[in-house]
Write a protein that binds this ligand. Structure first.
Ligand code: GRF
Length: 212
């Protein structure tokens, strides 16, 4: 199964996919291509360092979303992308791109959805004073972080945490959860019925909650 990854930032989630693929831990999934809207982002450098094909579609070159979407589609289709993974991709996808990969686009979000959707989720959670937060891998739909939830992993918020330490604890969990879901998807174990998603044979769980 060919995985296309879209990135905009530091690319630590991409790196975790790369590392696990190297160790043979992604099952039948292989990273076929990495695309970005940010020409000089660290994530792209990680992809290149790993010898992966990359492409850039700078959103600033497009006046309308449709053109931007189409350019992304061209880059992804050139490498026969089956599953599209948004790993810190900071643009909302348009109808055309969503329609091109029905039920095959997933995103990692640094909070336990449906709480704290949108940007700066870790800060939202920290400022709300929650005692548990975490990360969510979900299917992407037209909304912002509103698609069906595939898997979640929780982390404790400690008394002595600041926003940054919470972010780091969640990120470490993201690095575990996203590859686990990519693998399950590639093994065709992810089944969606309406909004309910099941992972056949057992999905990743928040084992880290034991530390509470
Ligand atoms: C992660 O926290 C991810 O959940 C969010 O953006 C961040 C990307 O980090 N969507 P990285 O680029 O993978 O390091």
């Amino acid at each position: 199964m060919n995985v296309g990854v879209l990135v905009s930032g530091s690319g630590t989630n991409l790196q975790s996919l790369i590392d696990r693929a190297r160790r043979g831990e992604l099952g039948p999934a292989r990273i076929a291509v990495v695309g970005s809207n940010v020409p000089d982002c660290a994530a792209l450098a990680r992809a290149r360092a790993a010898g992966l094909p990359t492409f850039v579609v700078d959103h600033r070159d497009y006046s309308a979303r449709a053109g931007f979407d189409r350019a992304l589609m061209t880059g992804l289709r050139a490498k026969q992308t089956d599953l599209l993974v948004l790993a810190g991709f900071m643009r909302v996808l348009g109808e055309e791109l969503l329609g091109a990969f029905p039920g095959r686009i997933i995103n990692i979000h640094p909070a336990l959805l449906p709480a704290f959707a949108g940007v700066r989720a870790q800060r939202q959670a920290f400022e709300a004073g929650v005692k548990v937060s975490g990360c969510t891998v979900h299917f992407v739909d037209q909304g912002v972080d509103t698609g069906p939830i595939i898997a979640q992993s929780a982390v404790a918020v400690h008394e002595e945490d600041d926003e940054e330490s919470l972010r780091a604890r969640i990120l470490a969990e993201e690095h575990r959860l996203l590859p686990a879901v990519v693998r399950a998807f590639a093994e065709r174990r992810v089944v969606i019925e309406d909004r309910k998603v099941r992972i056949l044979g057992g999905g990743p769980t928040g084992e880290n909650l034991r530390s509470l």
